[in-house]
Design a protein around this ligand. Structure first.
Ligand SMILES: NC(=O)c1ccc[n+]([C@@H]2O[C@H](COP(=O)([O-])OP(=O)(O)OC[C@H]3O[C@@H](n4cnc5c(N)ncnc54)[C@H](O)[C@@H]3O)[C@@H](O)[C@H]2O)c1
Length: 247
């Protein structure tokens, strides 16, 4: 990752935090972006010249543009975006209301589009770049919510990310920018903190590997997709789910 400049969203917690640390360890310059300013400051390494922290809401277009402008001002270029940041909703079909549904769509769909759009602009100018978005294995299962798992708003928003990945990949591929998605299975982060014990045990039985993912195991897929090793991949969804997708 030497000398790559990368914007990582969701950097205060879970997969985004793991991804930021891995990138720094491997010599990248990173703009860490998250809505949780204090958590980001307390979780990330201090006094690292290769790290800049920017806080804000990814569903705000001005904020997204500002993150990109600040990154280029500090590091002179933008090679990649890895967008992990997302909001979660466990409301079941008969509990979900329009406000909650709209908020999840705003952050997870509109926000994903806005940060990808902002990052793509300087990449298109340079004629190269890589964007990684984040969907979820819950799309394949059609999970229903309750007991901490994603409900219809969350699952629908993550389904939209797959479509967005393909649309952006087709639009940006001819301009030298690759766009892919990572689809994590259940991962030990704050996002699953409300899972009931019964739910955790039931879900683990679905995994041939018998456990949930650690954040680093998902972050590595993002690092691979922005690397030259993935130079012929675009519009793809990379599943990293311990085999929970079959059977
Ligand atoms: N943990 C899992 O089991 C799991 C499974 C499948 C997919 N995912 C996906 O992986 C990605 C990372 O999630 P995680 O598990 O690390 O969860 P997490 O809750 O630990 O991290 C999510 C981060 O996104 C940030 N965020 C939320 N809303 C934001 C906004 N409006 N603007 C900017 N930042 C915002 C949060 O502050 C948080 O730091 C998400 O896209 C999630 O949907 C997670």
């Amino acid at each position: 990752m030497n000398n790559q400049t990368v914007i990582v969203t969701g950097a205060a917690s879970g997969i985004g935090l793991a991804c930021t640390k891995l990138l720094l360890e491997r010599g990248a310059q990173v703009t860490a972006f998250d809505i949780q300013e204090d958590k980001m400051r307390s979780s990330l390494p201090k006094n690292n010249a290769n790290l800049m922290q920017v806080s804000g809401d990814v569903s705000d277009a001005d904020v997204c543009q500002n993150v990109v402008i600040k990154t280029i001002k500090k590091f002179n270029k933008l090679d990649a975006l890895i967008h992990w940041g997302a909001a979660h909703s466990s409301a079941c079909w008969d509990e979900l209301d329009a406000d909650e549904c709209n908020n999840i769509m705003k952050v997870n769909v509109t926000g994903t589009f806005l940060i990808a759009q902002a990052a793509a602009k300087p990449m298109v100018e340079r004629g190269k770049g890589a964007i990684v978005l984040c969907t979820s294995t819950s799309v394949l299962h059609g999970v229903t919510g309750g007991e901490g798992q994603g409900g219809p708003a969350y699952v629908a928003s993550k389904g939209a990310v797959i479509a967005l990945t393909r649309s952006l990949a087709r639009a940006l591929g001819p301009k030298g920018v690759r766009v892919n998605a990572v689809s994590p299975g259940i991962t030990e982060t704050a996002m699953i903190k409300d899972y009931s014990e019964r739910q955790r045990n039931a879900m683990k039985q679905r995994f041939p590997l018998g456990r949930f993912a650690e954040p680093n195991e998902i972050a590595e897929a993002g690092l691979f997709l922005i690397s030259e090793k993935a130079s012929f991949m675009t519009g793809e969804t990379m599943h990293v789910n311990g085999g929970s997708n079959f059977g």
